[in-house]
Design a protein around this ligand. Structure first.
Ligand SMILES: *Cc1c(COP(=O)(O)O)cnc(C)c1O
Length: 364
């Protein structure tokens, strides 16, 4: 079976370097918030085009820490989408704020700016656009709308490391940006990891404090905080893989181009790239009214696929009928029609061909 993602293949592609990085950490005796984390933060900040980066335990914590850095808490509203990983919404509730969910634009699957415009209230403190599947949200419209109202923009870049919009990297548009290094992401650790990025030194300081008990100096909690640190093993492995990230994203784009051509004459909707954006294809997501049948037929041809995401957040058992939202009909329609095809940089040419043939047969 060709998998949808294959983090083990990525380890094997760089095994010698990763093994050496792990050995270096083991021998160093520094295991948490040491020189590897500091170096990775600098290197990743340069990659993302921002001044400051704060390594944290995972992507969910990155969103939580970013919200805390903005001073957001109980009584505040934070607008995001329902078509996202549950993590985005879970992080909003972690700081006690109220999530407000808006619909997506059905072409790019990202936040609909018109729906956003209608969702602001006097309690709105932040907007979290999600660059879903590796494609930037419409930052050209979303960022000024928030700025006009004095509302923070926190970009959820968990699926979009290296994507750009109008020539600028995602993560450098908002007040803060959040990244996840879950193993299957475009930049993946060998466990959990996350990072908060910002150009604002004050927000960076607040994020840095919050990740470690609110400490201003050791054992002095100037504010409240949590424990969410990026450990040295993850940071060292991430430094190895960061050097290959741009190349890996180019490979993902090349695979997408092959899929695009092969699927052009078939009865499936291919991904659309927003004008002036680069898409880094964390996922290659097609759309079909016969999605479940297509997925079963692909499985018969030993081609894996997945649904991101089958149940929107507002319909999840834990959240159903308790979240604030407007019309989410595009979100609900997408949940029934999206299908992610195999997409990872180590996918071989032969396997890409096999996927194309299987989709052709399955949708015939
Ligand atoms: C993966 C992901 C997260 C959460 O990251 P974790 O590291 O799994 O906590 C948040 N938002 C989006 C859009 C994601 O894809």
């Amino acid at each position: 079976m060709i998998p949808v993602a294959d983090p083990h293949a990525q380890y094997l592609a760089h095994a010698a370097e990763i093994d050496a990085a792990i050995r270096r950490v083991l021998d160093s005796g520094r295991y948490v918030l040491g020189p590897e984390c500091e170096a990775f933060e600098k290197e990743f900040a340069a990659f993302a085009g921002v001044q400051h980066a704060v390594g944290v335990g995972n992507g969910t914590d990155a969103v939580h820490v970013a919200l805390r850095a903005c001073g957001i808490g109980a009584g505040d509203e934070v607008i995001t989408v329902s078509h996202t990983a549950v993590a985005t919404v879970a992080a909003i509730e972690l700081c006690g704020a109220t999530p407000v969910l808006v619909d997506i634009d059905p072409i790019h699957f990202t936040m609909d700016p018109d729906a956003l415009a209608a969702a602001f209230t006097s309690r709105t403190r932040a907007v979290i656009p999600v660059h879903i599947y590796g494609q930037p949200a419409d930052l050209r419209r979303i960022v000024p709308m928030a700025r006009e109202r004095g509302v923070f923009v926190i970009e959820d870049c968990a699926q979009a490391h290296g994507a750009t919009f109008e020539g600028r990297p995602v993560g450098s548009w908002g007040d803060l940006a959040c990244f996840s290094f879950y193993p299957t992401k475009n930049l993946g650790a060998i466990g959990d990891g996350g990072l908060v990025a910002t150009n604002d030194p004050q927000l960076a300081d607040r994020a840095r404090r919050f990740r470690e008990y609110g400490w201003s100096t050791r054992y002095v909690s100037a504010t409240t905080g949590t424990n969410s640190r990026l450990d040295e093993l993850q940071a060292a492995v991430l430094r190895v893989k960061l050097a290959y990230l741009s190349r890996d994203n180019v490979r993902r784009q090349a695979i997408a181009t092959i899929y695009d051509r092969a699927l052009a004459s078939l009865d499936v909707v291919r991904p659309s790239v927003r004008p002036d954006a680069t898409h880094v294809y964390h996922l290659y997501v097609v759309r079909s009214a016969q999605r479940d049948a297509l997925q079963q037929a692909l499985a018969q041809h030993r081609v894996g696929s997945a649904v991101h995401y089958p149940v929107p957040v507002h319909l999840q058992p834990a959240y159903q009928s308790r979240l604030k939202h407007g019309d989410l009909s595009q979100t609900e329609r997408a949940a029934g029609e999206v299908l992610s095809l195999p997409m990872f940089p180590e996918l071989s040419r032969e396997d890409v061909e096999r996927v194309c043939e299987a989709v052709a047969k399955a949708s015939a």
